[in-house]
Design a protein around this ligand. Structure first.
Ligand code: FAD
Ligand code: UDP
Length: 390
């Protein structure tokens, strides 16, 4: 995909919009502003590639990998599928995850197979429901990530599957995290072993980066990579700014740092065709330093004599990957949000810009909704699928 140089961006006549961050948020908005409203957009990213955390590429062995960990597309929103389908075809993929617990590799979300394997039983669905009901410890009200799990499946299973994983992933005990975090993982008493139950579960046929390239291939969008906003803000000319980086960074941490959780990815290629039975294996045990191993060929469907995997080691310092959902952080974010609302000419968007633990489809929905607002203010009728985005 053609990109421009900083000199070119500096010499260009004023852009209608400067969009910071070429992930889902910034790329979708740039595409809409340009294709929908005919505006000129400069889209920048401090990384040397587009796609944000969804970026994928061929590694040295020629295996398609996700540089920032496994990204599985799933949604219940047809309008978002319709929109993205303009830029990609899809390949069906239903995500399945196993957890290494004691000496077993068992399905997570916990299901009937998980329970029967772990406890050496042969229960049916109704018996499994009774089994869990006996162990569940009712908690009222449900506030934390510990509460929701213990309330549903009891302490023993909570400790086996959730406590260690969550402590590693977030550097916090589940009792210190909002209930929304572990609520992402359901519990089942049937044999359904899919990680997600959304109506649409597909991967972009040629990968995420190829999809982003098609999205951004427009005469009205200039893409400038390896450039931080701080470096270009006073050099390029633009009327409006959309900022998809960390909101606290934009305001120079004036109220203090918003906490984000980071990850260190260790990528490896192995001389075997297949490394593990499913795309992702979780390691909830506290003594294992990583949380999960991903084998990418399961996600992409690629055939290759070798295989590439990645380990995820959670850490406090590094790229901001996860906003940390807990009351005190929400409170601090509110102060930044109030400041953002009083700052004319700038709109904050995306997982980092609005400090929300959003999946990809939610970020697309957020960007489409912002576009709709901008279009409405410009007196332009936004397309029907956009008007429903939320
Ligand atoms: P990002 O993708 O983070 O993009 C923001 C971009 O802004 C970055 O490229 C960054 O370099 C750039 N930037 C920031 N500050 C500046 C600056 N000052 N100057 C220039 N550029 C800047 N979602 C799913 O739906 N399914 C999944 O399976 C899934 N798995 C995930 C796994 C991991 C390990 C992680 C971390 C996230 C996962 N997600 C998943 C979430 C998904 O990554 C996000 O929803 C999505 O990428 C958010 O898009 P965004 O554009 O808001 O942010
Ligand atoms: N989780 C857990 N054990 C698991 C899987 C998930 O404790 O085997 C908890 C953990 O706190 C995790 C959260 O549930 O951060 C959400 O999991 P998800 O797989 O959705 O995380 P993501 O893919 O966003 O990293």
């Amino acid at each position: 995909m053609p990109t421009i140089t900083l000199d070119h961006a500096i010499a260009a006549p004023a852009y209608d919009y400067l969009v910071v961050g070429a992930g889902f948020a910034g790329s979708v908005l740039a595409e809409r502003l340009c294709a929908g409203l005919g505006l000129r957009v400069l889209l920048i990213d401090r990384r040397e590639h587009i796609g944000g955390n969804a970026y994928d590429h061929l590694d040295a062995a020629g295996v398609l990998v996700h540089r920032y960990g496994p990204h599985i597309f799933h949604t219940n929103a047809q309008r978002i599928v319709d929109y993205l389908s303009r830029f990609t075809e899809w390949r069906p993929y239903e995500h399945r995850v196993l957890a290494q617990v004691d000496e077993h590799l068992v399905p997570i979300p916990i299901n009937l197979t998980t329970l029967n394997t772990l406890y050496g039983l042969d229960m049916d669905e109704a018996q499994a429901a009774g089994f869990l009901a006996q162990r569940a410890e009712p908690v009222i009200p449900l506030r934390t990530s510990e509460d929701v799990v213990v309330n549903q499946i009891g302490r023993e299973l909570y400790e086996k599957f959730f406590r260690g994983y969550t402590r590693k992933q977030w550097g916090l005990d589940p009792s210190e995290l909002d209930k929304s975090v572990t609520s992402r993982i359901p519990t089942r008493t049937n044999r359904d072993d899919r990680y997600f139950t959304d109506s649409f579960q597909m991967m972009p046929l040629h990968g995420y980066t190829a999809m982003f390239e098609r999205m951004l291939e427009q005469a009205g969008i200039d893409v400038l990579l390896s450039s931080d906003f701080k470096q270009v803000r006073d050099l390029v000319h633009y009327r409006q700014l959309v900022y998809c980086g960390p909101v606290d960074e934009y305001f120079e941490h004036c109220y203090g740092k918003l906490p984000y959780r980071s990850l260190r990815f260790v990528h490896e290629t192995h001389d075997v065709e297949c490394f593990q039975p499913v795309a992702v294996v979780n390691y909830p045990a506290p003594h294992v330093p990583y949380t999960r191993i991903t084998e990418y060929k399961h996600l992409t469907g690629q055939t290759h004599p070798r295989t590439s995997i990645s380990y995820e080691y959670p850490c406090a310092e590094g790229d901001p990957y996860y906003p940390i959902p807990r009351a005190e952080n929400t409170e601090l974010y509110r102060r930044y949000k109030a400041l953002a609302d009083q700052t004319p000419g700038v709109t904050f968007l995306g997982r980092l810009g609005t400090y929300k633990y959003y999946n990809m489809d939610q970020v697309v929905g957020q960007a489409l909704a912002l576009y709709q607002r901008i279009a409405r203010e410009a007196g332009v009728e936004a397309e029907a699928y956009v008007s429903e985005a939320g």
